[in-house]
Ligand binder design. Structure first.
Ligand code: GLN
Length: 188
């Protein structure tokens, strides 16, 4: 199984390392050609406005959108969550998202007073998982078909809808591989 990591910007190498540690075949995706052989895709943390622009200029936006519509499994972390969301609030006016998970996210709004923090989350079916939040998106609305797998203060931070998994935090920065494992094993 080839697992793509969108490699236009952000914490790409941390995801590649996590996948390598799990024995998966990680592929950095920068062009439509790179996307071809990939079975599933991780969208990393970083800056969603920049990634949105680079998705356009690289010609990757439409091919990724088509693959996602075809059911390619995807995992977005932080900026990656924003890119997968149906509605992006406080984005740039020209910012685009793939709209494959029915949530509304507000950029940079989670834990605004502290900006960044670490905590432990109770993830449904997995147990306690360390989580790093950095200028994280705040999930303001969750559609009926979305399963909430973890919350902070009653607030959704890990959501799944069918073949799409999205985290407001950075599993790639905590050294805990269980959410990458969950993505590889259970999100299909
Ligand atoms: N604030 C960033 C954005 O809006 C996301 C932050 C992150 O990925 N750590 O894209």
């Amino acid at each position: 199984m080839k697992v793509g990591v969108l490699a236009l910007q952000g914490d790409v190498s941390e995801h590649v390392q996590a996948l390598a540690d799990l024995g998966a075949d990680a592929v950095e995706v920068r062009t439509p050609e790179d996307l071809g052989p990939v079975d599933r895709l991780i969208l990393p943390g970083g800056e969603s406005t920049t990634m949105s622009m680079l998705l356009e200029s690289s010609g990757l936006f439409d091919p990724i959108a088509a693959r996602l519509d075809d059911g390619m499994p995807a995992f977005g972390t932080c900026a990656g969550m924003i890119l997968l969301s149906e509605v992006v609030l406080d984005g740039r006016p020209d910012q685009r998202s793939f709209g494959v998970i029915d949530i509304a996210v507000r950029r940079n709004a989670f834990g605004r007073q502290v900006d960044s923090f670490e905590t432990e989350l109770e993830v449904h079916g997995t147990g306690l998982v360390p989580a790093v939040f950095i200028r994280a998106p705040y999930v303001e609305r969750v559609g009926d078909d979305v399963e909430v797998l973890a919350r902070v203060d009653d607030h959704p931070v890990l959501c799944r809808q069918g073949h799409v998994l999205a985290a407001a935090f950075h599993p790639e920065l905590s050294g805990d591989l269980r959410l990458h494992e969950l993505f590889l094993r259970e999100v299909n």
